[in-house]
Design a protein. Structure first.
Ligand SMILES: C[S@@+](CC[C@H](N)C(=O)[O-])C[C@H]1O[C@@H](n2cnc3c(N)ncnc32)[C@H](O)[C@@H]1O
Length: 396
């Protein structure tokens, strides 16, 4: 059967090692010569001798511009097929940016010292989803370690080649100083960590990945499993001409740590507004970010030892610091913590106050898919309190 033919199931590589390849493809077993039988894939699955294959759907959402290639084992691809097929046929995602109905609110331009970058063309209001970008490549996190380098490069090259517009991916930034294979470097420089069907993956989103890093960013990104999109949401109002930025660094890290991790992991020396600010600004910022890190740890301990009053004080200090540092993408989660603490203390007034704030923030930055469960729980707390009030105000 064709699935075991060298030509069809991998490149004809003249090594003994690769000739022993087998294509254990649950998907390919029944594959006939006509592409329909590979559904939902538009190409014959392509496998390396290691058990990883490339699965491509180059007519994602019925659009001839959108395509996505997966690199995974056939077993994982088969077991995730339900989730994937749903996302392939989901309606096209839309932005919530009111001004962007006619043309995008941003453009991609050259940014001196940073390669390309994204700049606002018009005002983007806080909380708008101004960019929605479909995945081009989704690869199992562990795949490069499971095979010799030349094989992982072959899989990546095939994954790109089968996309409707390979150049869109091949032209992305490459930060490596070492002489790495093109696609490996593209992935290292641009891929996001994502979770899909409870597994960790690397996801490449060619539009979103043009957004540069800043330590005090004006946007953040969120991934949708349902649509296989990465969206950018503004975390404050962005003025026309302003560069749009997200943070690549861990939440609340200090100058030295950030510089180190950005240089080490991304290969650049950060020259964002905060990193180049005068020490009168940088030092207090560092002090606040250091404190954010400490509080994060301490709150956990206080809650475990049921010291809720002290946890409330710390949690409030945290919110104050987060607002001062403008690290507000996760503000809703901090309000949620405070809500639960007040609830544990049976303080109905503050529980209600912070539950409402939490819900508003969670909806603004994460939406239903990310925070649906939490929003549901907070709404139930509010409902429970309302019923209690009603019962206690009833005469008799
Ligand atoms: C995901 S890409 C961002 C888009 C990229 N500038 C481009 O031209 O496509 C990451 C790369 O952009 C550059 N970059 C991003 N943020 C930067 C910053 N704050 N300072 C300097 N370079 C930055 C670095 O070269 C980094 O490896």
């Amino acid at each position: 059967h064709g699935g075991h033919d060298t030509e069809q199931c991998g490149p004809a590589y003249p090594s003994q090692f690769l000739r022993e390849r087998h294509c254990p493809l649950p998907l390919d077993d029944e594959a006939g010569p006509e592409p329909n039988s590979w559904s939902p894939w538009t190409h014959r699955p392509y496998c390396a001798s290691s058990s990883y294959c490339v699965f491509t759907n180059s007519k994602f959402h019925g659009s001839s511009d959108l395509g996505v290639s997966f690199i995974s084992t056939p077993e994982v691809a088969a077991s995730s097929l339900d989730v994937l097929e749903k996302s392939f046929s989901a309606p096209l995602a839309v932005t919530s940016d009111a001004n962007a109905t006619i043309s995008p609110s941003y453009r991609i331009v050259d940014m001196p010292g940073k390669g390309k970058g994204v700049v606002a063309r018009q005002r983007i209001e806080r909380g708008s989803v101004f960019m929605v970008d479909y995945a081009s490549i989704i690869a199992a996190v562990e795949f490069p370690e499971k095979m010799p380098g030349f094989q992982s490069h072959m899989l990546l090259d095939k994954a790109v080649e089968q996309l409707p517009d390979p150049q869109r991916v091949l032209s992305l930034a490459r930060s490596s100083a070492a002489d790495r294979a093109v696609m490996e470097d593209v992935m290292r420089t641009n891929a996001f960590s994502i979770t899909l069907d409870d597994r960790p993956w690397m996801g490449l989103f060619p539009g979103i990945s043009r957004i540069n890093h800043a330590c005090k960013p004006n946007a953040h990104t969120r991934f949708s499993q349902k649509l296989l999109t990465m969206s950018a949401v503004s975390i404050r109002d962005i003025e026309p001409g302003e560069e749009i930025t997200i943070s690549y660094a861990e939440f609340g890290t200090m100058y030295g740590q950030r510089q180190h991790s950005l240089l080490h992991n991304w290969g650049f020396r950060c020259t964002c507004a905060l990193c180049t600010a005068p020490s009168a600004e940088l030092i207090p910022s560092d002090r606040r970010r250091g404190r954010i890190g400490d509080i994060r740890q301490q709150i956990v301990e206080l809650v475990q030892s049921k010291q809720f009053d002290r946890a409330v004080a710390m949690s409030k200090e945290m919110i104050d610091l987060v607002l001062k540092e403008e690290l507000v993408a996760h503000l809703g989660e901090h309000y949620e913590v405070l809500t639960r603490l007040y609830y544990a203390l049976r303080d109905a007034t503050n529980t209600k106050k912070y539950a409402r704030l939490a819900i508003a923030e969670l909806e603004r930055y994460g939406g239903e898919e990310v925070y649906g469960t939490t929003i549901g729980e907070l709404s139930e707390i509010l409902l429970g309190l309302a019923q209690l009030e009603k019962a206690s105000s009833r005469p008799g």
